[in-house]
Write a protein of this length. Sequence first.
Length: 278
Amino acid sequence: MKDVTFLLPCRIETEDRLRNVITSVSYLLKNFPESKVMIQEEDTKSVFKEHAFPRIEKYVGDTDNLIHIFEESDEKLFHKTRILNDLCCAAETPIIYNHDVDVVLPKNSYELAHHSIVKEGSHAVYPFGCGIYQWAVTYSDELLDKFLSSHDGNDFDLGVLKDSKQRIPSSIGWGQMIQKAVEVSMGMWNEEFLSWGAEDCEFYYRLNLFGFKVGRVVDDIYHFEHGRTFNSHYHNPKFQDNDKLWQWIRNQDRDTLAGYYSNLHYLKVRGEQLNASL
């Protein structure tokens, strides 16, 4: 999948989030050695460079296709949508995958999503089922080492996680594979959504409202559990604002939303960035 770049926004605030980043990045690099993996970290200092990269290198070996971007910031609120747009603008492949740092999928699910875009004309694909398809994994350093040491030259053994997982519902979070040109044409990620809450729902809704062909791979997704810090908690002060914006958007017709997006300032800035990169 040399025509795919995986895009991962991150802030590593806890030990469990550090384990998850090491796992997802190692998994992608090892299973898809021809793909680029681009991670953008925003924080006061780079936890990834000091604590994640050496361990990823240990499990993967060749990290030539790993691109780490560090943005120094003391902003308390993590602006995920802006960082996803930064990464989209920087990606040089025709297909991108907006990928959560806390999940992995069966290798075949990524491949089926890619086939759906390249061979079947899908504009975007969500490579996991909607319903009881999520495995919530209770993770530890010991299990991380066992899992990331299980690669047999072709794939990791997800069976290693069997005693530490339980079924819970899944929906539309955690990411999607999408044609970069489609993401740009639909207005990218709405940067009016700040921190966590409803941005995934809005993105999926907009894809469908604007008539893009959205596929689905009905299979499991493995979510490595983590503590809920300021940015990923319902007490986040922006959570209610994000929900209000989402409720307004979902009640507008297509023409109204097209006008709304055409007037958003961030898209004018992004348009200049994209033109400059051509």
